[in-house]
Design a protein around this ligand. Sequence first.
Ligand code: WTA
Length: 659
Amino acid sequence: MAEETDVELEARLTEQDYFRPPAKFVGQANASDPAIYDEVGEFPEGFERYAELLDWDERWDEVFDGSNPPFFEWFVDGKLNASYNCVDRHLDERKNQTALLWEGSEGEQENITYQDLYREVNEMAAALRAQGVEEDDVVTIHLPMVPALPITMLACARIGAPHSVVFAGFSAQALAERVDSADSDYVVTIDGYYRRGEFLEHIEKTDEALDQMDRDPQVLYWTRHDEPTGDVSDDYTNVEYLLEDHRRERVKPVSRDAEDPLFLMYTSGTTGKPKGCQHRTGGYLAYAAATSKYVLDIKPEDTYWCAADIGWITGHSYIVYGPLALGTTSVMYEDTPDYPHKGRIWEIAEKYDVDIFHTSPTAVRMFMKWGEQYPEEYDFDFRHMTTVGEPIQPEAWLWYYKHIGDEDAVIVDTWWQTETGGHLITNLPALEDMKPGSAGKAAPGIEPALVDDRGEELEPASGKAGNLIIKNPWPSMLQTVYGNDERFISTYWADFSDTDSDDWRDWNYKAGDGAVQAKDGYWRILGRLDDVMNVAGHRLGTMELESAVSEVEKVAEAAVAAREDAEKGEVPDVYVVLREGIEPSDAVKQEIVEAVEREIGKFARPSNVIFVDDLPKTRSGKIMRRLLENISNGEELGNTTTLRDPSVPERIREQVQSD
Ligand code: WTA
């Protein structure tokens, strides 16, 4: 754990007042009976309630099979199709209701009804099949926030081809790595899309990625307008033309085993290579649907807007799978919140009369900085608001509550991860009071706990900081790291489990976060304990950044430290030692920034590049990033006695201060 004493910690985390959920919310909530905690908490049968929210082709024989830990199985021998559950099953009751409400950069609007979605998903599924995609083939999808993205995902799910969506902001190199790592023979992309009103030629990234990957995938591309814009290779297949050949075709949803993978989602970890988190079909969809229902309080007649990007797990679970499984109307917006003006979000909320709004603390801090005059201009009325992805400071929470929620909406602060598939720590909004800055209590059936570095469990609700673990398995936990069971075990289980045991009770999932549980049982998440940063809610591995920087030939060594940032939460500072004879210059800085953009993406751009003579290292040569973090954040230097040269951090600090 961090070198902070519990007393210091207590002092920093001043307790906050509670806020009651408004009576008008409580009266209509999906989860209004506290018995849900006990019922779902009945392990493992309690989770059957979640699975029963779905339509199954065949019911499961066994809820949970823990015989081969940590390879747990859920709803064993059950069969279902995710696309059927998100589309077909709603046709009887609401075929003319909007499923996806898309707002384009220029104010274009598309209302895709469930019937439209059914037609489009079927045609795309037929097209993919005709191009050779078979059950279990991994399809890489590199699409921005356009309807083609959920349509392609659901088409893949329909034919049992796991998708691997790569966030559109990732670079060609990052795309290439993910295609290779997922053994994927198909890439679905688009000619371009709009960012701050400007057309970005997105397909270039695929062109470049093809030169950088080992595989030779087939490329299919959608077009942002009726005809392709820009320069598109003749080797690629235009999806719109292809769909012409499959008009009105219907594809029977493939009955998938509950344990068959639905998708891969790559995420950053402590090594240079991102991990492909593999999610199962049955348990994942059941848990995404149930948390959408009970935590987000989604009802079919709602207009629900999660302003995340589908390219991250939040969008998978809470724009596409959860909301559509419940048959609601889910809003998608193509561009940034400040384009063409800073009231854009509220303008859309008013236009569609959004009931439930879901965003990140980074966005809330940005809205707060812009000022309340923007939301005040528009007439919208949220019943429910969510934050996700980072800790939210009480100040930002209170602003969100007052100026966006009008002190009349509930807020849930949801803690979870790419690996967990759905919310694990969050209040059920009608059943618990809100406490600014706290994620709240554990979700039903979830058993978080804290352990010290030796793995000893802390007293529950002790107010002490520890490593967050999850004791019992849950249905939407990742199945494994794609193609790398060993990495799955070493990353998530080895530290706090008895790995020799066949008893699932001896296995604890390590979240990688530090947390505190206050006396009232509420959890506060303190942030990552491993070498993972959280930049504007985007997860980035420091090693990934370092390996990108090291690609620059002039760089001898690099270390990345997370600097706290009032808006983005954290930003990367890069400390660089240049090779002999290379002089520090703005040109070299620029080269380093470009390397990060090339290897990962523009969103990962370093905030500062600091040239130093040496890095703080232990005697065994390990870089002490924590000391650099102290320097970046203007904190006292932690323990330096184990350093090979204890004067190094002080020298760096003086240099940083004088810059
Ligand atoms: C952080 C995003 C505080 C945490 C869904 C976690 C949070 C990482 C919260 C996962 C929250 C997520 N409060 N911190 N409510 N939610 N985090 O995989 O450090 O992109 O480990 O999943 O985000 O990020 P990921």
